[in-house]
Write a protein that binds this ligand. Structure first.
Ligand code: PMV
Length: 337
C-alpha cells in the first residue's frame, strides 16, 4: 500500500490567455490531495473518496466508467471523480505494462473542488504516483506530470492545459507556454486565498472567452495583454528571487495581479463574489488580488504578508473560507509505503 500527496495551485498570472499560447505562471500551494493505492489480485478498481463530498462514497467498477455505480452522492461529482481516477488508472496500467492490474484507491483532499485550485490535477498526479509506486515502478515527477496531463486531457474531452498537472507534480512556481513547461526560481510569496464556496464551469467560461475573442479584436488584444503582463511578472519574480523579496517587489507583483484581474473581468470571467473578495483584500491592505483559475466563482488569491487580508476576507459575506497558503516547494511525494 502506498500513499502519495500532491499540491493544489493558484494562478499568479495568465489563466485563460494560456489557452491561446500565451505563457502562464501557476504556483503550487500547501493544500494537498492524498491518494492511497493498494494493488488487487483481480482487474477491478475500487475507489473510496471520503472527503470529496459531504457524505463520501465508495465505488467499485470493472475498470470502465460505463459500469455506472449506484451510490449516495451527487451523480455529476461521482462521474467526474470516476473519470479522473479511471484515466489515472489507465495511465498507471500503461506505465507498468499490465493492462489488467486492479487497485483499491482511497482519495482524500483538502483542496476545494472546481474552485480554481487544481483539485482534479492534484488527485490525478497523486493517484498515478501512488499506483505506480505500489507496484514497484518509480516515475520521476516530470513523467508523472506528462501522464497526469494525458489523464486530464481524456477526462476533460481534450480541454486541458499542462499547467495544473505540471505544477502539482513538480511543485513551486512554474511557467507554462503550450507544451513548454519549466520550473521557475521564485521566492515564497505570502498568498492569502478567499473561497466563495462555489465553482465556475471551466468549459463554459473558456468557450465564452473564445467567442468574445473571435467577435472582437479588442478582446484578442486583451488576451495578448495578459500574455505581456505575465512576461513582466516573470521578470519581476526572477528579480525578487535574486535580490530577496521586499516590499517593492510585493507592490509591483500585486499591481500586476490587480491589472490581470481587471483584464479577466473585461473578458467576462469574474463574478460578483470574486470581485467582492478582491476588493475586500485590496481594502485590507493586500498589495494585489485577483481571481484564480477559470473564474465564474471559486477562489481569489491575494498577496499580504500580514494577517489583515485573511481576517478581512473571513468576515466578508462573499467569502465562505479564507486561508493562508504557502508556496509548496515540493510537488508530488510519497507519504508512506
Ligand atoms: O479553474 P482551473 O484551475 O481548472 O483553471 C482553468 C484555467 C484556464 O486557463 C481557464 C483553462 C486551461 O485549461 O488552462
Amino acid at each position: 500500500m502506498t500513499t502519495c500527496s500532491a499540491p493544489g495551485k493558484v494562478y499568479l498570472f495568465g489563466e485563460h490567455a494560456v489557452v491561446y499560447g500565451e505563457p502562464a505562471v501557476p504556483c503550487a500551494v500547501e493544500r494537498r490531495a492524498r491518494v492511497t493505492a493498494e494493488p488487487r489480485s483481480d482487474d477491478r478498481v475500487q475507489v473510496d473518496a471520503r472527503d470529496l463530498s459531504l457524505d463520501g462514497f465508495t465505488v467499485t467498477w470493472g475498470g470502465s466508467v460505463d459500469d455506472r455505480p449506484d451510490v449516495d452522492a451527487p451523480p455529476g461529482l461521482v462521474e467526474a471523480a470516476m473519470r479522473y481516477v479511471d484515466e489515472a488508472v489507465a495511465q498507471t496500467r500503461d506505465a507498468v505494462g499490465d493492462p489488467d492490474q486492479g487497485f483499491d484507491i482511497t482519495v482524500e483532499s483538502d483542496i476545494p473542488l472546481g474552485a480554481g485550485l487544481g483539485s482534479s490535477a492534484a488527485v490525478v498526479v497523486a493517484a498515478i504516483k501512488a499506483a505506480t509506486s505500489a507496484v514497484g515502478v518509480d516515475l520521476p515527477p516530470e513523467a508523472v506530470a506528462d501522464r497526469a496531463f494525458r489523464a486530464e486531457y481524456e477526462a476533460q474531452d481534450g480541454q486541458a492545459s499542462r499547467a495544473d498537472t505540471f505544477c502539482s507534480a513538480v511543485g513551486g512556481a512554474v511557467r507554462v507556454e503550450g507544451d513548454d513547461t519549466r520550473r521557475l526560481s521564485a521566492p515564497s510569496l505570502p498568498f492569502v486565498i478567499g473561497y466563495d464556496g462555489g465553482a465556475g464551469d471551466t468549459g463554459e467560461l473558456v468557450a465564452g472567452v473564445r467567442d468574445l475573442r473571435e467577435r472582437h479584436g479588442f478582446a484578442a488584444d486583451t488576451v495578448a495583454a495578459i500574455g505581456d503582463l505575465t512576461r513582466t511578472g516573470e521578470s519581476l519574480l526572477a528579480e525578487a528571487d535574486a535580490e530577496g523579496l521586499d516590499d517593492d517587489h510585493l507592490d509591483a507583483l500585486g499591481e500586476l495581479m490587480d491589472v490581470d484581474h481587471g483584464l479577466l473581468s473585461a473578458l467576462g470571467v469574474s463574478a460578483r463574489s470574486l470581485d467582492e473578495m478582491v476588493w475586500t483584500a485590496r481594502e485590507a491592505g493586500a498589495t494585489g488580488a485577483k481571481l484564480t483559475g477559470a473564474g465564474g466563482g471559486g477562489c481569489v488569491v491575494a498577496l499580504d504578508p500580514t494577517d489583515a487580508t485573511e481576517t478581512a476576507l473571513s468576515l466578508a459575506p462573499a467569502c465562505e473560507h479564507a486561508f493562508r497558503a504557502e508556496l509548496a516547494t515540493e510537488g508530488v511525494r510519497i507519504e508512506s509505503e
